[in-house]
Design a protein around this ligand. Structure first.
Ligand code: MN
Ligand code: MN
Length: 364
């Protein structure tokens, strides 16, 4: 049995629960090494305080599940009801009114209803806190994958910057980035690649389109790649041909906020205060109300995971965490700047996993 499954078992014991029903494919991959995108099909990992855990998955995935997972694997065909197999496997362990540990954010409601029938009014408790705190502290192997993902993200930004040309559209630059990466064997992006130009860059989560690059534009790249399941997430903003004094001031304020936050990263720091450090720099420069989102987020198997680097987070930074620091300033009609790095908190302090230059670049 793996250490991770052991932790789940101990937690169940402590919380007086006799079943954890895990359905989120990312959590299942994290706990078992079995990577599966079941689409609309049923996938579940069942863990008990004492009995051996088992996986129920589509028949076509059974081979891969067995290769990754030492416990029992139960497959079902597309013409079979997966719940019949689950019910049979659970039969001897079942007790009505059971406390069942679930992931409230991802458990499909229809499955909760079926479980409620199987166990006759169970009490559902959340196991998400445990899973997200386990996932937030990275092992050596996880860190190695994330370092590599960071390097490839640096390279992807370089491809994008090289592709900047007058009249080029955002979509065309994205196509170039992803084509070049795929040629080098990196075809899984952590999320939809973002290239936003000119006034479009003022939308933190904008949708790239057919806007053509013009002189004087900000060009914002936000992208990430997946290596062995682990994500990177980088944002860089450059200017095209020339920059106004306003643009330079916005850029350098954002950069100062990024650097100030990275500098104070240490074990035990209240996470909300990290957000505050960056926000103070931006507010003092007069752009406070243009920094409209939290400072960052945890990163790992998910492109957004715990911890949330927001002002109201009273939790503290722990050694082993990987998270983003991504202050932004978005001025409507003018454009936006965001500078995002991935940070690993080592025993000796912060280690930056993204290295693409942050000094203001004016691309000619
Ligand atoms: Mn990003
Ligand atoms: Mn991010």
């Amino acid at each position: 049995m793996t250490e991770k499954i052991k932790k789940i078992k101990q937690w169940l014991e402590k919380n007086d629960s006799r079943l954890a029903y895990i359905t989120d494919p990312t959590n299942i991959f994290y706990l078992t090494g079995f990577k599966c995108n079941p689409h609309e099909r049923f996938l579940g990992l069942f863990v008990f305080p004492e009995d051996e855990p088992f996986i129920v998955c589509p028949e076509l995935e059974v081979g891969q599940a067995r290769a990754a997972f030492a416990g029992k694997v139960i497959g079902y065909r597309d013409d079979q009801d997966p719940w019949a197999a689950v019910g049979k496997a659970l039969d001897k362990k079942k007790q009505n009114g059971e406390k069942i540990a679930i992931e409230p954010s991802t458990l499909p409601y229809k499955n909760a209803v079926i479980l409620s029938d199987l166990y006759e009014s169970p009490a559902f408790i959340s196991i998400e806190g445990l899973l997200s705190s386990m996932r937030s502290v990275k092992s050596r192997a996880e860190l190695d994958a994330m370092k590599k993902a960071g390097e490839i993200a640096d390279y992807a930004v370089q491809i994008g910057v090289n592709a900047i040309k007058k009249g080029r559209t955002e979509r065309a630059i994205i196509a170039e980035i992803e084509y070049e990466l795929a040629k080098h064997g990196y075809s899984e992006m952590a999320f939809d690649t973002m290239v936003l130009t000119g006034e479009n860059s003022a939308a933190p989560h904008g949708y790239p389109g057919t806007r053509q690059i013009k002189e004087g534009d900000f060009v914002l790249f936000d992208l990430g790649v997946v290596v062995n399941g682990y994500c990177s997430d980088i944002t860089r903003t450059v200017c095209y041909k020339h920059a106004t004094d306003d643009q330079i001031k916005i850029y350098n304020t954002c950069l100062q906020a990024n650097r100030a936050a990275i500098q104070v990263v240490r074990k035990g720091l209240r996470i909300g205060d990290l957000d505050g450090t960056a926000r103070k720099v931006i507010s003092e420069a007069g752009y406070g109300h243009y920094f409209t989102h939290r400072l960052g987020h945890g990163l790992g198997l998910g492109e957004h995971e715990a911890p949330s680097m927001s002002a109201d987070n009273d939790k503290t930074l722990t050694t082993g965490m990987v998270f983003t620091i991504e202050p932004g300033i978005y001025v409507p009609d003018l454009g936006g700047v965001r500078i995002e790095d991935d940070i690993y908190l080592s025993e000796d302090g912060p280690v930056t996993l993204t290295h693409y230059s942050k000094d203001l670049q004016i691309i000619q």
